[in-house]
Design a protein around this ligand. Sequence first.
Ligand SMILES: Nc1ncnc2c1ncn2[C@@H]1O[C@H](COP(=O)(O)OP(=O)(O)O)[C@@H](O)[C@H]1O
Ligand SMILES: CC(=O)OP(=O)(O)O
Ligand SMILES: [Mg+2]
Length: 415
Amino acid sequence: MKIILSINAGSSSVKISAYSAERNANPRQIAEAQVSGLTAPPAKLKYSRYDKTIVKDGQVSQNIQGQDGAFSFLLETLINDAELREITSKKDLSIACHRIVHGGDYTESRTITQDTYHHLEELSDLAPLHNGAALGIVESCMKQLPEATNIACFDSQFHTTIPPHICTYPIDQEIAEKNRLRKYGFHGLSYAFITRSVAEFLNKDVSKLNMIALHLGSGASACAIKAGKSWDTSMGLTPLAGLPGATRSGSVDPSLVFHYASDVGKLSPASTEHLHISRAEEILNKQSGWKALTGTTDFGIIAGSDEPKHKLAFDIFVDRVSGFVGSYYVSLEGKVDALVFAGGIGEKSARFRDEVVRRTGCLGFSVDQRRNSAEPAGVVEEISSEQARHRVLVCQTDEQLEMAKAATDKDELWK
Ligand SMILES: Nc1ncnc2c1ncn2[C@@H]1O[C@H](COP(=O)(O)OP(=O)(O)O)[C@@H](O)[C@H]1O
Ligand SMILES: CC(=O)OP(=O)(O)O
Ligand SMILES: [Mg+2]
């Protein structure tokens, strides 16, 4: 038996889950802790042990600095909990799995060596809200957890099946090749979890499953899944493309950048020795989206308010999400087993789901109001009505479990 720690550094949160695990068996979760609201302080703590909620909406009194600060705080929470018998010191942790958003051309998870680490550092500019922060946590683990093997699990790896006519940008192909400019796509750990869970729920072979999945959190994306594999997704070279998010604009006319301000080509003050980010990237990644439109990054507040600026943000999101549902419906030739909502907003906002399903109702989606507003009991719940032509589902996605599963299947970790 080994203890696996899965670490998921999102743009607004850090979630860690601990599992007791055996080779090739389902990992058993023993604790889960998360700090959320990193972009809307004060940060909040949630902690559960052996499926029992210990802290639900805890205000974090200490000043947490970024994702690495949140990680250290969460690690202490686990270690200082005397009732969590399996973890009494840092030495008990033998495997640390890290969600790395941009994995470039890597098609599967891998042990982090010096070489992998440097390669991932080079990719940091392409995921400016994520890779740098995740690598900071990897470095912490290398220092703090001497017994642990660090594994990188890539958000982009699920999308390596996207065909060339979808992942190629229509630009000079020599330059595209040289600079590796193409659609990569992200949220892949979540989409892998959703694909497996929905196949189980529908009792269908993964290789026969077609669906439109929506991962709507601080960062939001849509994915067309054909025969169990990624066929198209809305994020691109970086997680900026596609849908808007908490602080991201999503797709805009690329020329907008040159009309926004005069200094957008310069390096932003947020740049470091390791991370180069231009003013334009900083503006579109960190100063746009819900924050720019409403002042809050909490979509719960936006969805629960009638104030004009909140209503505008809500309507924009419904419009953009519905647009991808329509586009992927055509791309999948109407052969859609389910439309699936996941991520913080997708899982928690019944009003948002209702509105998107209404807007795409002409395609045969329809929601049952009672089912849509019920508390979810299982990992996947159906919310479609009797007359729906395609199922509508909600999936409580779990990127940490997806990573832990990958680790239990890696022979080299169990010798
Ligand atoms: N009840 C709610 N209604 C709508 N949105 C919510 C609700 N609760 C949380 N959210 C939103 O979910 C998002 C966080 O989703 P999550 O997937 O956990 O984030 P991350 O991208 O950091 O992993 C935040 O934007 C938050 O506002
Ligand atoms: C890829 C991405 O945007 O992730 P998150 O939603 O966790 O910020
Ligand atoms: Mg997330």
